[in-house]
Structure formats: C-alpha cells, structure tokens
Design a protein around this ligand. Structure first.
Ligand code: PLP
Length: 459
C-alpha cells in the first residue's frame, strides 16, 4: 500500500503507546516505517532516517542482522513453542540461562524468563514478596523506587516508575511503593559536591526507611544509570553508600538493567560500571536487541535458597509464569544476539564510538546558553534545555514543548531522537554499530533543530 494509505489505515484502526490519543485519531502517525538496516530506518515513502535511539534503547546490534533472523527462523521451524510449566523445558532457554548465569556481573544462581521489562519487574516484586513471606517476614512488602526512575507500565512496575506523567489517569502508584530522590545533579544536586550530593541522597533514603519502618520494606529497585527519567548517572560512591543502608535494614536491591544490560555503558552490565551488588537483576531490551520480546529475572543464591526451600514447603508450586516464559524462539534470538556482541567485540565499539558521541554532544551543546547540562557516558547521552541556569536552573514552561519540538526538527532533518518525559531533555542511545559519521550527522541535526527552536523562543 502507498505511504498515505498506510498512515490512514493506522489512524483509523489503532491507538498507540505514549501518544496523545485525540491527536493520533485526528492526524494519524508521524511516519510509517517499513524497513531497517544497520542504524537506518526507512519509511513507506522511501525516506531514510538515522535512528539515534536504537528504537527504544534496544536495537543494540542494529537492524536487519540476518544472523538473528536466521536463528529465529531455524528455531521456529525446529521447535516454534514449548512452555516451561510443571518443569517442562526446551534446549535453547536452558542454554540461555546457563549463558546468563555465566556472564552475570555478580554471582547469581537462577534465571526466570518473561516477555518484557515491565512483566519482569513485576515478577521481581512477586519474588521479593514470596521470599519475605517464605522466611516469615510478611510485613516486608513495600518497594522503594526513585523519582524519575522508569521500570515499565504494568500496574506494579508502572507504580514503581517515578514519572508522574505516566501515573496520570491510572490511580498509580499503589500505596506500597515509596519514591526517593533521583540522582539528578543539575536540579537536586545543584551547587553540591559529589560527596555532598551522595550524602543528601542517602539521607533521603534513610529518612524514608525511618518513616515507613524497615520491617515494612522488602526491596529497592534502581537502574544503574537512569534512562527514560533523564539519562542520569549516579554520583561516584552512590551505590556503595545506598547499599550499606539497604543491607543494614535487610532490604533487597533489584538492579533494573533493562537499558544498561548487554553493553550500553561499555561494560556488559551497568551493575559493573556503577559498583552495584544487586540481589535480583532484570534484563530485557538488549537481551535480544529487540528482535524478540524476551526478558529475564536473574536471581541470587540468597533469594533462591529461601524461595526454593522455604517457599516450596509453605506454598507448593511457584504459582507464577507466563504462557511465553522460556520461549524457544526468543531464547534462540538471545543466544544469536549475545554471540554477535561477543564475536564482533561490540563493547569495544560502544566505548570508542561512545567517546566520540560524548565529545560531539559536548562540542555542539555544552556552551549553549540554553543548555543546562550535557550528560551521559559511552553510547547513551542526553542534553537538557533550560530557560536559564545562572544561580540555579529554571525550566521552560512545559506548554512550550521545547524538547518535543527539537526532536521534531531533527526528524525533519532525517534523525530520530527522543524527548524524555517531564523534562526538556533529548536523549541519544544509538545502535552499537553506528558509525562516527552517523553520530556526527545525528548530533548536527539536533544542534540545527535546537538552534531553530531556541531562536523561535527568543523572538
Ligand atoms: N525498565 C527500564 C529501565 C526500561 O527502560 C524499560 C523500558 O523502557 C522497562 C523497564 C520496561 O520494559 P518494557 O517496555 O519491555 O516493558
């Protein structure tokens, strides 16, 4: 079908995630993509775009890798589906679990597969509850999450997400989720040294625990580097300090590695980059480079021993799992994806191209009067625009939609980026295989778009 026809079909029959519904029903989609190769997407009219976001921080090995397509096709032909209920198993998920335990950033014991980051984080909460119930501490139910954290959209993971815009209209978060301060240097840490900022963040955590009671709190969840909430790396020393508090209060730590996992920060896991010591790890996105919806909860021996021994005694079977848990086609995609990352030494690429991205972003934006901060590391970055920054940052009126307008301007220049929710930040998280020339084109398009939008605002 022609591009205009496809857009009209989409407008008429579907509605989309994170989309203003009435606008979509009136205007239809902004574009209809029909192909992808490397870092480039092609729309129905044949126009190319550099995808500087790797989809939603996920197509890490790039589009159109035939190794993954072949692995999925071969697996679908050999064994298209096998459930994992009642101890049934199939070959690829077993091999993938072995692989994940072998590569885990801290010693881990077991893997449980799901379909998405959201459902995996839901599973983590159920594991925390099951663990605490099984060891006779049923009061430890509450989950500490962070303001601006993003953990998904199911009722539980959507509640743990700390972005008010994503709670609106949904009666979230549920009362047993408590949010602590985000490690956002520009705002919450303005004017503080790193050590002072760590102390402020730790104090906020301690106060929250004291207020709620440690015997009511089961776990804290945190992304090694916060993605959708603004591409926020914690200040040095943050995790060791936070972890000391959690340990003292018998509170588990869940590392949400959905974005960072499998190389985005230049190490295989953000846990390593940030010095985390999690009891539970969530992975999704980069596990298959989004060629198949697959996620996993990676579980430590500490949690495993209790749920396997005490949990089995108390409750019989573990009453949780999805039709698509341990999907063989997903596992085949993940195995092929991890093989590509290793064989093509993509972590080295992330580090070298990442250094180039960070340098180019700073060159293009750091001195701009309306840029509050350029941040990120390796192949993830963000630029935050502010109305002024002398004597503390002052944001633009959200109604001006500064970041969305800049993203729109970049799109008109053939580059796809992302405006982050609830802040005037634009994000970059390109495929690991993006070239330096493509990085330069992407940053240049954003700089031109920003100049145009900020010029309009000054008028
Ligand atoms: N956790 C993090 C850190 C994420 O970035 C995301 C998605 O962006 C999720 C969880 C949710 O994953 P999904 O969209 O696959 O449910």
């Amino acid at each position: 079908a022609a591009a205009a026809d496809l857009a009209e079909i989409d407008r008429r029959y579907s509605f989309h995630p994170f989309t203003a519904l009435a606008d979509h029903e009136r205007d239809g989609p902004s574009m209809v993509i029909t192909g992808g190769k490397g870092s480039t997407l092609t729309d129905a009219s044949g126009r190319d775009y550099i995808d500087a976001m790797a989809g939603l921080w996920c197509v890490n090995v790039g589009y159109g890798r035939t190794e993954l397509a072949d692995a999925m096709r071969d697996q679908a032909a050999q064994l298209s589906y096998c459930h994992a209920f009642s101890s049934m198993s199939s070959d690829k998920p077993a091999l993938l679990a072995e692989k994940l335990i072998g590569m885990a950033p801290v010693p881990m014991s077991k893997v449980f597969f799901g379909n998405s980051g959201s459902d995996a984080n839901d599973t983590q909460v159920k594991l925390v509850w099951y663990y605490n119930n099984a060891r006779g501490k049923p009061g430890k139910k509450k989950i500490i999450a962070r303001q601006r954290g993003y953990h998904g959209v199911t009722v539980m993971s959507g509640g743990m997400t700390g972005l008010p815009g994503l709670h609106a209209g949904f009666d979230l978060p549920l009362p047993f989720v408590k949010h602590v301060m985000a490690p956002r240097k520009l705002w919450e840490g303005h004017g503080l040294s790193d050590a002072e900022f760590v102390a402020k963040l730790v104090d906020d955590l301690e106060q929250t625990i004291a207020r709620e009671g440690a015997d009511t709190i089961g776990a804290m969840i945190a992304e090694p580097l916060m993605g959708a909430g603004g591409v926020l790396a914690p200040p040095p020393g943050y995790y060791p300090a936070i972890q000391a508090v959690l340990r003292r209060h018998d509170i588990l730590l869940i590392a949400d590695e959905v974005i960072c996992g499998f190389g985005r920060l230049g190490d295989m896991f953000g846990t390593t980059t940030m010095g985390m010591e999690p009891d539970l790890i969530t992975v999704a996105k980069g596990l298959t480079s989004a060629y198949f919806p697959l996620s996993a909860c990676i579980v430590s021996e500490k949690v495993w021993r209790v749920i396997a021994d005490e949990g089995s005694k108390a409750y019989g079977a573990f009453g949780h799992g999805y039709t698509y848990s341990s999907h063989p086609v997903g596992a085949a995609a993940a195995l092929a994806n991890l093989q590509l990352i290793e064989e093509e030494q993509m972590l080295g690429k992330v580090r070298s191209t990442g250094a180039h991205l960070q340098a180019k972003l700073r060159e293009a934006f750091a001195d701009h009067p309306l840029v509050g901060e350029v941040r990120g590391q390796a192949l993830i970055g963000a630029v935050e625009f502010v109305k002024s920054k002398d004597g503390g940052p002052v944001g633009f009126d959200p109604a001006l939609k500064v970041a969305p307008r800049i993203v729109k301007g970049a799109l008109a220049r053939g580059v796809i980026g992302r405006a982050l929710p609830n802040a005037d930040s634009v994000a970059f998280s390109p495929p690991f295989i993006i070239t330096e020339a493509e990085v330069e084109k992407a940053v240049g398009a954003f700089r031109d778009a920003a100049d145009e939008v900020l010029g309009e605002l000054r008028r």
